[in-house]
Design a protein around this ligand. Sequence first.
Ligand code: FES
Length: 158
Amino acid sequence: MSQDTELSPHRRRFLRQVITGSASLIAAMTLLPALGALLAPVFQRRQGRRVKLLLNSPEDVNSRAFVPARYEGQPPTAPGVFLKREADGQITALSARCTHAGCAVEWRGSERQFFCPCHQGRFDADGRNISGPPLRPLDRLSVEQDADGVFTIEEPHA
Ligand code: FES
């Protein structure tokens, strides 16, 4: 090899860094989308199917006090939902499933509390746990109402 074609150590190091950097970039561009596709389900919130909410009476749609409702397809004894229409027209929906061990809570309007008969857990009118064994509030749920006035809600997870 002639003297003219030999690379200086500095230039050789620079070229090695360029080649290594390019190879790393290509590897990252190839692997990151695949890694993202693999991990996406882990980070996505589990989306359940939406089901109809069954009210006891059509007037319950506008109740300013909590009224019970059931998930369509669930047994009548399964914990359902408590709904009420707020002054601004929004619907507040709280799960009737106690956050301690899953019993159905009941609304005690005179005390303005939810009461769980299983272990005497109590929640205030905003669903906050206030006494007994439950360590967290009742779940706040997202209810949608279609043009026909039908409420739907995400199906509860087993
Ligand atoms: S299940 Fe409700 S207090 Fe235990």
